[in-house]
Ligand binder design. Structure first.
Ligand SMILES: [Zn+2]
Length: 240
């Protein structure tokens, strides 16, 4: 049986992706539209925003010293703000530069991932989106890449929507297609809600690294992810 996102019927008046993006553009321009005036009058969509890595776990490091965890957190905060502005409930797995594990644990990384997965499992109907940055030994590769959890059938549709939106609004040359998360992506194997992991770009590609370091670019990415998730949620709800 299909999972719902809210406990009651979720209705959002933003039925057009372009309208959501227009709203997002207004938000980006500094005119934040409160949820109460956005037409959302029922149980909101709940979205868990997961900033990858944190604390002792920096994730990938670019040649210039840029650390993945910092870009992830910045983008996650932008995503949270955009989602709240267009009517979602947002839970952050981390809001600061921390690892979700005890300092004296011998298995900090596994504990950290388990804590994130546990939060998702205990949050009821929700969509889980994990934010990461990619890195590869060869610098020529670039482009946003979405992975989806094989544990919930809705994950792929969300990944498809995000990958398509990235192609349409960020990089028309990005021919990547969503990939099913393998065993190596532990978090995607241990959540049950619709879940995706967005590798927002390659820190190993000099041009993409410069874009990812640009706060305005991260804001744009966040808005596109937010609008796409909300569009998906509204369409999925309308089908039920
Ligand atoms: Zn990562």
């Amino acid at each position: 049986m299909k999972k719902r996102y809210g406990t009651t019927s979720f209705i959002i008046k933003f039925t057009s992706f372009s309208l959501i993006l227009a709203t997002a553009a207004i938000i980006l321009g500094g005119m934040v539209i409160p949820a109460s005036s956005s037409g959302v009058d029922c149980a909101p969509v709940k979205i868990i925003v997961d900033a990858g890595h944190g604390g002792l776990d920096g994730g990938a490091v670019a040649d210039d010293g840029t650390v993945e965890k910092d870009l992830n957190l910045s983008l996650a905060h932008s995503l949270k703000n955009a989602l709240i502005a267009i009517g979602a409930d947002v839970i952050m797995t981390r809001s600061d530069d921390v690892m979700l594990a005890d300092d004296d644990s011998p298995h900090k990384k596994r504990d950290d991932l388990n804590a994130r997965a546990k939060l998702a499992r205990e949050s009821g109907d929700c969509i889980f989106v994990s934010i990461h940055m990619n890195k590869f030994p060869v610098s020529k590769y670039s482009g946003l890449q979405v992975y989806y959890s094989p544990k919930n059938e809705q994950s792929k549709a969300i990944a498809d929507a995000l990958q398509a939106a990235a192609r349409q609004y960020i990089d028309p040359a990005n021919a990547r297609v969503p990939k099913k998360a393998g065993e190596e992506i532990y978090l995607m194997q241990n959540v049950t809600c619709p879940a995706v992991l967005v590798e927002c770009g390659f820190l190993s590609n000099p041009e993409e690294l410069e874009r990812l370091k640009d706060a305005a670019y991260r804001e744009k990415l966040a808005l596109i992810i937010a609008a796409t998730l909300m569009e998906y949620a509204s369409v999925a709800d309308a089908r039920e």
